[in-house]
Design a protein around this ligand. Structure first.
Ligand code: BF8
Ligand code: SF4
Length: 631
């Protein structure tokens, strides 16, 4: 496979990816890269955001060269069509995160009612703190009573009649003043998404600026609403992460074990599977079947959730999900929702791998559907793990190929854990930023996209940032890429600049901190708010930035927009479909600075993105009167 894998160096920087792509080719298994080739050239109108099919007078398109039609049948021009399309991307992303949050709140409510065997309140202290924020009186009440009242209060947030979401009280005052001035304080979580769908219906909001403003409000309802609920309730139910060591890449699969993989986003399913893989009778059954035990590994964000909280090893990120099956070593993959390619079931057909879908709202071709509900989760998880173990006998040893040795990684850096590592307050971090030992901090987040060399964007950007004394916090598929690159062990301080090396070295932490899954980007918001409050400034004054070097999903669009809306400059590696409107582009990349104190930038080359970000950080440092350097 070695020689054949060489040609795949253009596809991915990872050894396991290259070797498995070669195996896929040899076995004639199609991957996302093949399907991308088959799609080329992709539609230019759609790439620019200039096509519209919002109604049946269309579909319509606007000619970018000014020769063909400049308006849709209804009269919508390029600005309106681009802004409407972008708004709908935000709405879809916000809906995905927020609905995930709602599912967790439902589990919390079920736990309170005693209807969720196997689930419990793992962090009652955090629950009390969050309950107090929601005005729940916790005195004299037992844990389950508080859980019930908190779940009720959180469910209210989705369709609240209040003027603003509860977590908006976490926003620094200066930021909130800006939102109020613009009229973009998020109200109900569902309301903002629903209003976006309304505004983008034919004949409603036909002012591109007002559409973009509502886009900000819609995204903020995700960041300071649905995603924040998802993260906080996950911590309450499954425990607030603290530093933990684990392993990463396809080498975490074990040839002599039953390999079970969880893929998707919601820890509600994966946590139960995790428990079942530890049940002694099932481990014994695996041994009876000739395996040494049961090996659980994660993919994508549900993998991140388990890695953060339980140190469960991670097999790979988005573009590795098909290739993991090609190892021939996986007995079962259980999926919940989001970022699960409908191709997976077809790939699994070529192997003995069983594919199980678990959510009532996410079904896939060639997968068996076994629905999880809080009431049956514990039992169903046991049943499925048993079936996975039984499937071990069907594995064909000659087809098994586990391509690499795993890499060590450290995870579990919730805000609570970061503050703990700092000795209980953000002061040491602020001090290090003030002196310039740490110049600033950047969130490197988001997906993989076959249009960009797999993991190259994340790893190159992160390497350049830490070399220049910029602390990196990461989530999602970016976090997996950086861990595979070896950035997330304390010894990786060797790769950092002298200041960052000194600070992280003294604390015994890596220069790149894994803060979680994609909904956990809100941990970065919470940390940014804490820093802004400690310094008495707005978030937009801080030497911070965000980056999504390889993003593909609508969720990533919502994240990028709420990060910018929260005052943090954000660089995207792939171009969002807005180039068809110069007005929208100018607003996103320049105009927003006067409106909200931060902008979006697009830079596909991570080397150049690093320079953009370093310049931005030095500019912000100078603005705060801190020592700055020329970049
Ligand atoms: O929520 S980073 S490819 S797995 S969307 Fe998906 Fe993107 Fe990965 Fe997680 Ni986030
Ligand atoms: Fe065409 Fe307007 Fe209908 Fe869009 S909303 S499809 S631009 S007529």
């Amino acid at each position: 496979m070695g020689d054949m894998s060489k040609k795949y160096e253009e596809y991915t920087i990872t050894k396991d990816g290259q070797l498995m792509l070669a195996k896929a080719e040899k076995e004639q298994i199609e991957t996302a890269w093949d399907r991308l080739q088959a799609q080329l050239p992709q539609c230019g109108y759609c790439e620019l955001g200039l096509s519209c099919r919002n109604c049946s007078m269309g579909p319509c398109r606007v000619d970018p060269f000014g020769e063909g039609p400049q308006k849709g049948v209804c009269g919508a021009d390029a600005d309106i069509i681009v802004a409407r399309n972008f708004g709908r991307m935000i709405a879809a992303g916000a809906a995905a995160h927020s609905d995930h949050g709602r599912d967790l709140v439902e589990v919390l409510a079920n736990v309170a009612e005693g209807k969720a065997p196997g689930y419990e309140i793992k962090d009652p202290e955090k629950m009390k703190r969050v309950a107090a924020e929601f005005g729940v009186d916790t005195k004299g009440k037992d844990t389950l009573q508080i859980a019930q009242e908190l779940a009720d209060a959180m469910q209210e947030e989705y369709g609240t009649r209040k003027k603003r979401l509860q977590f908006v009280s976490r926003v620094p005052q200066k930021r909130l003043d800006t939102w109020e001035k613009l009229g973009i304080v998020p109200r109900g979580i569902d309301r903002e998404t629903s209003e976006m769908m309304h505004r983008t219906h034919m004949g409603v909001d036909n002012d591109w600026q007002s559409l973009l403003l509502h886009g900000l409000r819609n995204a903020l309802s995700d960041g300071w609403g649905g995603s924040m609920i998802a993260t906080e309730v996950s911590d309450i139910l499954f425990g607030t992460p603290s530093p933990v060591t684990s392993a990463i890449n396809m080498g975490v699969l074990k040839e002599d074990h039953v390999n079970i993989i969880v893929h998707g986003h919601n820890p509600v399913v994966s946590e139960m599977i995790c428990q079942a893989t530890e049940d002694e009778d099932l481990v014994q059954l695996a041994k009876d079947k000739g395996a040494k035990g049961i090996n659980l590994a994660g993919l994508c964000c549900t993998g991140n959730e388990l890695l953060m909280r339980r140190g469960i090893p991670m097999a790979g990120n988005h573009l590795m999900t098909e290739l993991v099956i090609v190892t021939g070593a996986v007995e079962m993959i259980l999926v919940d929702y989001q970022c699960i390619m409908p191709a997976l079931g077809h790939v699994a057909k070529c192997f003995h791998t069983k594919m199980i879908s678990t959510s009532d709202k996410a079904k896939f071709p060639e997968m068996e559907h076994r629905e999880f509900h809080p009431e049956n989760a514990r039992e169903l998880a046991r049943e499925l793990v048993r079936e996975a173990v039984e499937n071990f006998e069907r594995r064909i040893p000659e087809r098994v190929y586990i391509p690499v040795e795993p890499i060590k990684t450290m995870s579990g850096f919730s805000v609570e854990a970061i503050l703990h590592a700092l000795g209980g307050t953000p002061d040491p971090l602020i001090e290090a930023i003030k002196t310039g030992k740490i110049r600033g901090a950047v969130g490197v987040v988001g997906c993989n996209n076959p249009k960009i060399k797999h993991d190259y964007g994340h790893v190159t950007l992160t390497r350049r940032l830490i070399e220049n004394d910029i602390l990196v916090v990461d989530t999602g598929c970016a976090a997996i890429a950086n861990a595979k690159a070896g950035f997330k062990v304390p010894e990786a301080v060797e790769l950092a600049g002298p200041g960052l090396r000194e600070v992280c070295g003294a604390l015994g932490i890596p220069p790149v901190l894994h803060v979680g899954s994609c909904v956990d980007n809100v941990r970065i918001l919470v940390l940014a708010a804490a820093l802004a409050n400690a310094l008495g400034v707005d978030i937009s004054d801080l030497p911070l930035a965000g980056a999504a070097p390889e993003w593909y999903s609508e969720k990533a669009v919502s994240i990028a927009v709420y990060v910018v809306g929260s005052g943090i400059f954000t660089v995207l590696g792939t171009t969002p479909p807005i180039l068809g409107s110069m007005n929208v582009v100018k607003m996103a990349t320049e105009g927003l600075n006067d409106v909200i104190g931060a902008t979006l930038a697009v830079e596909p080359d991570p080397e150049k993105a690093a320079i953009l970000i370093r310049r931005h950080i030095e500019k912000k440092r100078a603005g705060l009167g801190l020592p700055s350097i020329e970049v």
